[in-house]
Ligand binder design. Structure first.
Ligand SMILES: [Fe+2]
Length: 330
């Protein structure tokens, strides 16, 4: 491809990559089934004593919960074949080991083949090009989940090494900065960087404390977000999750930057699940100025079911993170 000056444009993965699936390792399969199917309203695509597979669109599987003694989260990124080659070349150049898997492991995730490596914070990353699709009519409770070229949703990751983490996303995935948010949360000054790899406002939010670098979260991702088509889809899921007894970490509110109207529920694995409806559209995402918004929310998003004990535990984890090294691949 030539650019307007007649030079060959540098190859990029931007626009050719999206969050494809999330694989959760957890001992709490039964709770996850209630949370995802009865609460959020995803379709149960498959269930065994070893795993649950959930569907929200034409992909055979989007969220997979695998029975495990420990909690963990793996992020599966769908890349078009050329973008996949580019990413694999970059990983090789950085001496980051990549393994491949097919057969049963790929089938569990609803893909034909996958490439796996360890990213920042020892986060497990997987890449794939060919999802398995399911043409059967979808049986979900919301009117629709918003996916398509924007992918499954976004993840937020806390880090004590934000510069290295952002450099990783930019160098390996060609991520672009959409904007930033500064806020004071539970008495701690936070800075968020929102990165996009396709037209979705962000597929990754990188959260870091300002000043002393703390990581108050036990889980590798702080939250996973998915979007639904209407505001009623958001409030209906909120009501179902409450009725089922799941904790709401943050009440319904609206974000300053992408204008997402959402709430955060606590998953059985303890990371948060944000369900949102995006009112603003993303038509000008390539030309919007990279502003620093003050505060994560215009209204709402108030802490809801967090007890004082849980709050103190979070502060304690933040302090103990000071003494834990955080892995970074480069
Ligand atoms: Fe979010």
């Amino acid at each position: 491809m030539n650019n307007i000056n007649g030079n060959k444009a540098a190859p990029t993965a931007y626009g050719s990559i999206q969050l494809g699936y999330v694989l959760v390792d957890s001992p709490r399969l039964h709770d996850w089934r209630r949370f995802a199917v009865d609460g959020v309203g995803m379709e149960l695509a498959a269930e065994s004593s070893e795993a649950l597979a959930l569907r929200v669109d034409d992909h055979a599987r989007r969220l997979v919960v695998r029975k495990s003694a420990n909690e963990d989260v793996t992020l599966g990124w769908q890349a078009e074949p050329e973008a996949l080659d580019l990413i694999l070349q970059r990983l090789r150049r950085r001496d980051i080991d990549v393994e491949t898997a097919e057969g049963e492991q790929a089938a569990l995730r609803g893909v034909r083949k996958l490439w796996r490596f360890v990213g920042p914070k020892r986060q497990a990353f997987e890449l794939f090009s060919e999802p398995l699709l399911d043409a059967a009519p979808l049986k979900v409770q919301p009117s629709a989940f918003v996916t398509g070229e924007r992918g499954l949703g976004h993840v937020a990751i806390t880090t004590r090494k934000p510069d290295q983490m952002i450099a990783f996303w930019q160098e390996i995935f060609d991520a672009k900065v959409s904007d930033f948010i500064d806020d004071r949360i539970s008495g701690v000054n936070m800075h968020f960087t929102f990165l996009r790899v396709n037209p979705r406002h962000h597929s990754i939010a990188v959260a870091a404390t300002k000043g002393v670098a703390l990581d108050p979260f036990r889980t590798k991702i702080q939250h996973l977000e998915m979007q639904v088509a209407t505001i009623n889809d958001v409030t209906d899921a909120y009501r179902r999750l409450r009725e089922l007894g799941f904790k709401i970490a943050m009440s319904v509110g609206q974000h300053t930057n992408d204008r997402d109207v959402s709430f955060y529920a606590v998953t059985p694995s303890e990371f948060y699940f944000e369900l949102g409806w995006c009112s603003a559209g993303e038509h000008d995402i390539e030309t919007r100025p990279q502003v620093v918004h003050q505060g994560i929310s215009l209204w709402g998003h108030k802490p809801q079911d967090q007890t004082i004990g849980e709050k103190l535990a979070q502060v304690g984890r933040g302090v103990s993170s000071l003494f834990r090294p955080e892995y970074t691949p480069f």
